[in-house]
Ligand binder design. Structure first.
Ligand code: F6P
Length: 341
């Protein structure tokens, strides 16, 4: 079999573990040939690739980022993109393509699959918002990084009697905010799923100071927004791909809390540090299992499918279903967090 693998969209700790696993399972166990496309779909569209053998994937398990590079280029964004991809798959004699990516990548994968290309997807994102899998690799690492940062921020917040508004990633969903906030014992967690009321948030933080506490930590997901009419709020437009830009919610919120509470407040934006560096053991294991199962699905001819974690088992789910909706933080999970924060 000849398999093409690519990593597309925002990078994520664990991508290299999937690539390594695909190569080990395919090349060593099945005698396949594996090629890796550079910079996501762009590599497939421009026929830019390299052969991946055991040597190429040596020592990459613990490495963050992706040895193949990534980009946000999508076949559907380019005129004739799908046809070009189909042509290159035929020219290269590929029997399977394994794209590793998040929401946008999987939508593109589904489009190519519906156009007849042999696709087996692997979900990745630190945001943990892919509906058909219980967990995506990268999430555990991001939560670990954010939790460590929150633990550190508590000491400086206390020294200065400040409110620190800490912005974590999560464009559409608040999984990182929820988990890191719970793990670090934050004093408020604000997620995109529940537009916040600035009066309620101010009261919550204010009560802490009234009770004699010297500081407060508010964790806010980058996609969080105030309830309509609750406070002045500036959106930041879209980027060159039409994605909504970060609004700088931590900045806006810290200014407002400082004004209302009469306490020093500072924004802290963790940003891409959550995506960089070595994956946790959990993420390495999940990524490795996904790679193994993607190769097996390709050998069974199970295309148009996505690897997914259900409980402790890896299963295959239809790509078309996987891209229907995002996995948002449900009210009961938020309630569990609220009772301890
Ligand atoms: O990987 C997902 C994510 O981290 C989102 O939380 C965030 O909005 C986005 O990627 C930002 O990625 P980039 O700056 O690479 O476009």
């Amino acid at each position: 079999m000849r398999i093409g693998v690519l990593t597309s969209g925002g990078d994520c700790p664990g991508l290299n573990a999937v690539i390594r696993s695909v190569v080990h399972r395919a090349v060593v166990d099945h005698g396949d040939e594996v090629i890796g496309f550079h910079d996501g779909w762009k590599g497939l569209l421009e026929c830019d690739y390299r052969k991946l053998d055991l040597e190429a994937v040596g020592g990459i398990l613990a490495r963050g980022g992706t040895i193949l590079g990534s980009s946000r280029v999508q076949p559907a964004h380019l005129v004739g993109g799908v046809e070009r991809a189909r042509g290159h798959v035929a020219d290269l004699g590929l029997d399977a393509i394994i794209p590793i990516g998040g929401e946008g990548t999987l939508k593109a994968a589904n489009l190519l699959s519906e156009a007849g290309l042999p696709i087996v997807g692997v979900p990745k994102t630190i945001d943990n918002d892919i509906a058909s899998t219980d967990v995506t690799f990268g999430f555990d690492t991001a939560v670990t990084v954010a939790t460590e940062a929150l633990d550190r921020l508590k000491t400086t917040a206390e020294s200065h009697q400040r409110v620190l508004v800490v912005e974590v990633m999560g464009r559409h969903t608040g999984w990182i905010a929820l988990h890191s906030g719970m793990a670090a014992g934050a004093h408020a967690v604000v997620v995109p799923e529940r537009p916040f009321d600035i009066d309620e948030l101010t009261t919550r933080v204010g009560e802490r100071f009234e009770a004699g506490k010297r500081f407060a930590i508010v964790v806010v997901a980058e996609g969080a927004k105030p309830r309509e009419g609750s406070m002045d709020f500036k959106t930041a437009g879209t980027d060159i791909y039409g994605h909504e830009r970060f609004t700088g919610i931590a900045n806006q919120l810290s200014v407002e809390l400082e004004r209302r509470l009469g306490k020093e407040a500072r924004p802290v934006i963790l940003g891409h540090v959550q995506r960089g560096g070595t994956p946790t053991a959990y993420d390495r294991v999940l990524a490795t299992r996904f790679g193994w199962h993607a190769v097996e699905a390709a050998h069974r001819g199970e295309f148009g499918m996505l690897t997914a974690l259900r409980g402790t088992e890896i299963t295959m789910v239809p790509l078309a279903r996987a891209v229907e909706s995002l996995k948002t933080v449900p009210a009961d999970r938020y309630a569990e967090a609220e009772c301890v924060i």
